[in-house]
Design a protein around this ligand. Structure first.
Ligand code: TEU
Length: 591
């Protein structure tokens, strides 16, 4: 069976490796990773078998949000190196037949961006580059009754106005800040130092398209687009109405009225045909994804959705609380996307990134069965349909960081939300709060890459900007590469398998045993023009730390052609009733 050429695309067959440069490899000794550090590791990435590097922001930035607050889109922040270093990275990747995808952060800029400085100063060319509004006047009675406290908005006691609406920032608190210079409030869905651009202004769109074309002219191969489905805000900026929204107002600013028009225009005006684009889309449904994806949609190749990243949110969808989740929920959620985009779009596949805790800690068992669960999760990601995204360190089973104090936390999202939680008095004990930080903080993914068992895990000769995980003595690249049964070798093998098997790239996904609360069993199938099975694989995963009986459905029971990969020794190719070991993963070729 040959997959028709018009269904193929290089970015569908690729494996992407996400580099968070601050924490990847430091060659300058300042304790922060840099671009030369990435260039130094290109042969390492090549040996793993990855095809694309997604590089998190390295642009000029005051680093309020570690680079997701850009103050100059066409300059490299000096701690990361120079534009020559970036061009060396592009050349180094292309020399190895690999590609570079940069991070496009254009829902907002840094407040230090020249555009914002001129906008707040009232420069006619820039006054509408951001979202400025007058506040709402608060009656004296509300102040006297204690219903309104100017200090809550950082205002002096004699102030009598509140923000234009009740939207909240992802980082806690109001999404509006009053600016003394301009005498108005400006919108920031993230930190107050990340003002939202006004995409309804055609000159904003034009400036963004120019910048994107400038980067494509430098030879990059695509963009990951940061919170791209937030760029259109509804006229009148109405208050939020959905109490269960991830943050107040999200029901208004997620997928706003002109978001499809703008995403289509981005692709029509600024994205070459053979480039790869992946949009980070908050609160996206499968139906909405179809509208964004493909030439019949807005031109986006893939989208990161968050449905499987919310299963452990607490009551009323609150990210800063915890709830248990079950394997059945995870497989139902991911199966919905597999079935929903089959032939109508393309999935991105990830279980962690720089914003999420480490996957082996969140979805696996980072203690006794770290290796088994990390390799099971890899087997899942590499035998689903879609493009897998490895987050740096995932390939060696790096785990969450054991925070002992808030002093060790660097992340603005964590720190601002902890402040908010403390203000609301929700936590009685610091231990409960720290327990939640250990579970949820984005810094779990931002501790430095663990290259070896030496000082600072081989990440830096200087003082690391963030603490290094104390388990780097056992969990590190050198140790993993020396052990043929390691997570690292399994990743290299499963990546190679996916590259070799069209059925794993393009085959349809069918879930078996849907109601089983421990086993995740599915086939991937390529059919010929008559609909007959041409190639088929079977993935069997025991999602848990105890043995589980597997009773194969009749449709797949019997002699398989081969065991393509497994994370335990398997001595038979028969698919039959048996007890699977903790976190056991197997992939059979059935036909
Ligand atoms: O993240 C957007 C986003 O959805 C996150 O705020 C997410 O909800 C949160 O981090 C917990 O998962 C993007 C970037 O990936 C993130 O690093 C930035 O902080 C944010 O946008 C603002 O640019």
């Amino acid at each position: 069976m040959t997959v028709p050429d018009d269904e193929r695309a290089w970015w569908k067959e690729a494996v992407v490796y996400q580099v968070y440069p601050r924490s990847f490899n430091d060659t300058s000794g300042d304790g922060v990773g840099d671009l030369q550090g990435v260039v130094e590791k290109l042969d390492y990435l090549d040996s793993l078998g990855v095809d694309v590097v997604w590089l998190c922001p390295v642009y000029e930035s005051p680093n309020v949000d570690n680079g997701y607050d850009v103050s100059d889109y066409r300059a490299i922040l000096d701690t990361f190196g120079t534009m020559d270093d970036l061009e060396a990275l592009i050349a180094g990747l292309h020399d190895r037949g690999m590609r570079l995808v940069m991070d496009l952060v254009v829902n907002h800029t840094s407040d230090e961006h020249e555009w914002f400085q001129r906008s707040r100063a009232g420069d006619p060319e820039y006054e509408d580059f951001y979202i400025w509004r007058d506040g709402q006047t608060v009656p004296e009675s509300e102040y006297e009754d204690g219903l309104y406290d100017p200090a809550e908005y950082g205002l002096p006691r004699d102030a009598r106005e509140r923000p234009p609406n009740d939207w909240e920032s992802f980082f806690g608190g109001s999404a509006w800040t009053f600016d003394e210079d301009r005498g108005q409030w400006y919108l920031h869905i993230f930190d107050e130092r990340q003002p939202d651009l006004n995409w309804d202004n055609p000159r904003v769109r034009e400036a963004v398209f120019d910048m994107m074309e400038w980067w494509f002219d430098k030879g990059i191969d695509g963009f990951r687009m940061d919170v791209i489905n937030l760029i259109s805000k509804p006229d009148g900026l109405p208050d939020g109405e959905d109490e269960t929204a991830i943050v107040r107002g999200a029901d208004k600013f997620v997928n706003g009225p002109r978001v499809h028009e703008y995403v289509r225009q981005i692709h029509d005006e600024a994205v070459p045909d053979d480039a790869m684009t992946v949009g980070e889309m908050v609160e996206l449904t499968v139906d909405e994804a179809r509208q964004f994806l493909g030439e019949d949609g807005d031109g986006m190749n893939m989208a990161f959705n968050f449905d499987h990243m919310r299963l452990d949110f607490g009551p009323d969808g609150n990210r800063w609380s915890k709830a248990d989740w079950g394997v059945r929920e995870l497989k139902t959620t991911i199966s919905r996307w597999q079935e929903g985009l089959d032939g109508e779009g393309w999935n991105s596949l990830y279980l962690n990134n720089h914003d999420e805790p480490r996957m082996v800690s969140r979805f696996g068992d980072d203690g006794e069965f770290r290796r088994e669960s990390a390799t099971l999760l890899a087997t899942l990601l590499y035998t689903l349909q879609g493009t897998p995204f490895i987050y740096q360190g995932e390939e060696i089973g790096m785990t969450n960081y054991p925070f002992t104090s808030l002093e060790e936390v660097r992340d603005v999202d964590t720190l601002r939300n902890v402040e908010q939680l403390e203000r609301t008095g929700r936590f009685t004990s610091d231990d409960d709060l720290l327990d939640l930080v250990r579970y949820r903080s984005r810094d779990n993914a931002r501790t430095p890459m663990q290259w070896d068992a030496g000082p600072n895990a081989g990440f830096t000769d200087g003082e690391p900007w963030i603490p290094i995980n104390p388990n780097h003595g056992e969990v590190n690249v050198a140790t993993e590469r020396a052990d043929p049964d390691s997570v690292w070798h399994y990743y290299r093998d499963v990546i190679s398998l996916r590259h070799d098997e069209d059925v794993l790239l393009y085959g349809s996904y069918d879930l078996l045993l849907p109601d089983h609360d421990r086993l995740w069993v599915f086939t991937r199938t390529l059919r010929d023009d008559d609909g007959d099975v041409e190639e088929q694989t079977l993935t069997v995963l025991n999602f848990g730390s105890t043995p589980t009986d597997f009773e194969p459905p009749a449709s797949v029971a019997g002699d398989a052609e081969a065991v393509l990969i497994s994370n335990y020794d398997v001595d038979s190719t028969r698919v039959e009733r048996e007890t699977l070991r903790p976190w056991e993963a197997r992939v059979y070729r059935l036909a």
